[in-house]
Ligand binder design. Structure first.
Ligand code: NI
Length: 172
């Protein structure tokens, strides 16, 4: 298991369309382990493979870890099969969008299907933070960041801040 560096915006790789996993094999399970370690090291609750530069449709999520009780879940080739008309607003952040948080409105409840780390097809109904987190992570697979859901003004301000932070870091 290796903690891998997490890409931060603006980075064109974060806009890549990730590809379906064809076979859930040892390589994918190793990727999931690295993603899980990287997520914990960065103190995040979710991570998409593209955030460590791998354009595959793989996510890891663990909403429980803050209670000192690790329960990582992997989602391979996840798809939303139903979304409620009712919307919910959560303040979102992202390991690839450091130091920025903002409200994003998304369907409050979803149904999804995916493959687990054993390659078995699973279905799930989610609400609350899990529904939001899954939608946020699935956006990454399509090259979308949460700041893409904000007004143009807010998004531009966020990109300016991120670009400036990156320049400072590079020159440090
Ligand atoms: Ni994110």
């Amino acid at each position: 298991m290796t903690v891998r560096p997490i890409l931060t915006a603006p980075d064109p790789r974060l806009q890549a369309l990730s590809m379906d996993v064809e076979t859930v094999d040892g390589d994918i399970r190793a990727l999931i382990e690295d993603m899980t370690e990287s997520m914990y090291a960065a103190e995040g609750i979710g991570l998409a493979a593209i955030q460590i530069g791998v354009a595959k449709r793989v996510l890891v999520i663990d909403l429980d870890q803050k209670e000192g009780n690790k329960n990582p879940r992997a989602f391979i080739n996840p798809k939303i099969t139903w979304a409620s008309e009712e919307m919910a607003v959560f303040e979102e952040g992202c390991l690839s969008v450091p130091e920025i948080w903002d409200d994003v409105e998304r369907p409050a409840r979803i149904k999804a299907e995916y493959l687990d780390a054993d390659g078995k097809k699973q279905t799930l109904e989610a609400d609350g933070l899990l529904a939001t987190c899954l939608q946020h992570e699935m956006d990454h697979l399509n090259g979308v960041l949460f700041i893409d859901h904000l007004s143009r003004l807010k998004k531009n301000m966020a990109i300016k801040k991120l670009t400036k932070a990156k320049k400072l870091k590079e020159s440090a």
